[in-house]
Structures are given as structure tokens and as C-alpha cells.
Design a protein around this ligand. Structure first.
Ligand code: TMP
Length: 199
């Protein structure tokens, strides 16, 4: 089973993933915890490039999209597909929905570019995607408490509003795969929502 976790900044993805990881381990499942961008040594280097704020030039939106997909391709082929082939449960902190939300809706890139990449490089989609949804202000306050903001977190509110709308669009488009969790609730309640959805 392949489960991804999505949402805007500071909605509590990491906490939920940690809890589900522990839950799957307790139930005797072999489970792989991973994230995007990243998840392999090479993809983590690409992540560092994507999140860094100290570049001497502005990163073009197309460059950002291609870096995200370079990392994804490495991650999918080196980590996700092999784990699934061994019947492991894969929990990924973000996957391809994030590219629609951030690069297409957030940055305003042409959706055809994303579709071209998805068709050619995303050979496996998650079975379940948990979308942790909360008002942007709530999440940004949590992100600020964590410390220095990365290149994405430094974006303005209207960027994150578009990202959230992107997730809402995907949720309506793929109701059989994407499960919305009310991330304004506390950690335990969010975890219970996720367990209930897993049945
Ligand atoms: P986070 O998941 O640790 O919050 O940080 C990853 C950042 O990368 C987050 O701000 C969203 C961004 N991102 C994209 O813009 N596109 C993508 O496809 C993915 C996976 C992440």
C-alpha cells in the first residue's frame, strides 16, 4: 500500500505520519517512511537546492518543476517501487499532487507541462492520499514557530491560498483516492480520522 500526505505548510503532516508509522509497525507491517522532494541521498540534494534561500539568482518556475520531477523520478525508482514490490507499506510525506498544487496552482505553470511529466515519469500513484486541510494562517503560524522559513515558506499568503485551492480541486477530482482530514483538530483527532478512513 502506498499512502501520501499532502497539505499546505504547518498543517501537521509530520506528526500524523509519525503516528501512522508507529501504528503500522505495531500491527506488524513492514513500513517505509519517506518524503518528497527527497527520500534518497541524491533526491535529498535536490531538495536542499529547492528549499535553499541563498541562491544568487531567482529560480525559474520551470527549473523548480524539473528539479522536483528529477527528485521524484529517483525516489520512485529507487525507493517507492522496490518497497511496494516487497509488499511494504510506503508512507510518503508529499508526492505528485504537490506539484499540481504548488507548481501549477501556486506558480501558475501550464498544466500541460505537468501532465507531460506525470505521463512519462509517474508510473505509480498512491493508493490513498491524506490531504490535511486547515486555514493558511493556522499553518503559517506553526511554520514560523519552527524557525527560519525555506524558499517556499517565504511565499505570500495568496500563493498558499492558490495551493490550498489546488488541493481542493484535486480532492473533488479524485474522491476515490484523496481523503480530506480536518487539520484544525488536535493531533489525536486527526490520527483517529485517518484510522477511520483506513478502515
Ligand atoms: P515540506 O513538505 O517539508 O513542507 O517541504 C517541501 C516543500 O516543497 C513544500 O513547501 C512544498 C514543496 N513541493 C513542491 O513545491 N512541489 C512538489 O512536488 C513537492 C513534493 C514539494
Amino acid at each position: 500500500m502506498f499512502i501520501s500526505f499532502e497539505g499546505t505548510e504547518g498543517v501537521g503532516k509530520s506528526t500524523l505520519i509519525r503516528k501512522l508509522h508507529a501504528y503500522f509497525l505495531e500491527t506488524g507491517k513492514d513500513v517505509v517512511l519517506t518524503r518528497e522532494p527527497g527520500g534518497t541521498p541524491l533526491a535529498e540534494k535536490i531538495r536542499a537546492m529547492l528549499l535553499a534561500v541563498d541562491h544568487d539568482e531567482k529560480m525559474c518556475a520551470d527549473t523548480e518543476l524539473l528539479l522536483v520531477y528529477a527528485a521524484r523520478s529517483q525516489h520512485l525508482n529507487q525507493v517507492i517501487l522496490p518497497a511496494l514490490a516487497q509488499n511494504k507499506v510506503v508512507l510518503s510525506d508529499r508526492f505528485s499532487d504537490a506539484s499540481f498544487a504548488y507548481q501549477v496552482k501556486g506558480r501558475g505553470l501550464d498544466q500541460a507541462k505537468l501532465e507531460m511529466l506525470n505521463q512519462n515519469f509517474v508510473t505509480r500513484l498512491p493508493d490513498i492520499t491524506f490531504w490535511l486541510d486547515a486555514p493558511i494562517e493556522t499553518g503559517m503560524a506553526r511554520a514560523r514557530e519552527r524557525g527560519a522559513l525555506d524558499r517556499f515558506e517565504q511565499e505570500k499568503m495568496d500563493f498558499f491560498t492558490r495551493v490550498r485551492e489546488g488541493y481542493q480541486y484535486l480532492y473533488e477530482r479524485y474522491p476515490e483516492r484523496i481523503i480530506r482530514l480536518d487539520a484544525t483538530q488536535n493531533e489525536d483527532q486527526v490520527f483517529q480520522q485517518a484510522l477511520a478512513a483506513l478502515g
